[in-house]
Write a protein that binds this ligand. Sequence first.
Ligand code: NAD
Ligand code: MG
Length: 384
Amino acid sequence: MKQRLALLGSTGSIGCQTLDIVRRRPEEFEITTLTAGSRWESLVLQAREFQPDSVVIADERYYENVREALAGEPIKVYAGSEALSQVVTGGEVDTVVNALVGYAGLMPTVSAIKKSKKIALANKETLVVAGELVMRLAEQHRAPILPIDSEHSAIFQCLIGERAPLRRLIITCSGGSLRDLPIEALKDVTPEQALKHPQWTMGAKITIDSSTLVNKGFEVIEAAWLFGLDADKISVLIHPQSVIHSMVEFEDGAIKAQLGTPDMHMPISFALMYPQRAQRDEHFSFADNPTLTFAEVDRVKYPALDIAYHCLRSGGTAACTMNGANEVAVAAFLAHKCGYLDIVRTIEYALDRAENIKKPTLEDYAAADLESRRLAREFLKIKE
Ligand code: NAD
Ligand code: MG
């Protein structure tokens, strides 16, 4: 039986790499649904190639374009964000690959969990925003969540077969695109500069998040929920070569690490195929990578990391607020509407003013998200 995938965010960086894997293994995978935000032309090309049952274009303005372009194909076309939550629930779907970016990923994950689907999760914002609720639902509905994020895939791989208590997780961090820039220069950073990541080619939002270390902060929160650990047991270590994808330290002092070439195809295929592994041509050469280096994070240059730890410790809707404010600020920065340092300032402004709702429901998260966006726009003095 082929594994039938609903791929959300198919036109993005993770989405396209997931399709590379499917393209190479037609005997193992079948695509039931493809979805895109607004890049309708790419969605149409993908639909023609993979012949899913349905496609969703989240941006409703392009519905007619997609419908007309696929008129001759036996493919249902839907539009709007609610359709994302519907297409994941069908009986023909085995696995939902959530490669959406941002808060938009939350509701489809929740819908898929409620139908006990397997979730291959790239959309870390799902767990940042609502980790408490999402993990509770996943347990209730016995929906497995397999991480695609490379650090979490590494930790997951290190934990296979282990029962002993952990001393800590060590999440590695490349340091992002501005790693070698002195702190004084950050105020003048342009989007173009921040978008040049030394190790990974990714979507724009996560590349900016990597440069501020908001991404690493989010990964700490993601790890806390996925692996059920307190903030104190999760540490972050700068490792510029990105060869060690993360590590686990056990109570006896043993440390396990997962290593390899930085390439997202590996964690994506592991999430899809676990407990099997894919046959891949990749051969890592230690001789060609003789130097692996490590350093502590500069907490003054990267205040976002401690803000994320603070949100994790506060619980409730704090991390949801951090996420919403960050989304607005990153979009504004990419559109040249604010400076680089305004990203973290926006997060701080929103966190200082937003109410932290404890034991939040899904509606509470939605309200906190809206409020954080309103606060962020207020700080940045931008309109909707
Ligand atoms: P991307 O920007 O390249 O792609 C995002 C996809 O989501 C696109 O298909 C886009 O059309 C769609 N989309 C965007 N906004 C949407 C909306 N509001 N409604 C519906 N669809 C929408 O992003 P990416 O780099 O592929 O990252 C996706 C997720 O994976 C993020 O959560 C990111 O943090 C995580 N992640 C990415 C990488 C990577 O290497 N790219 C690594 C680890 C984790
Ligand atoms: Mg990562």
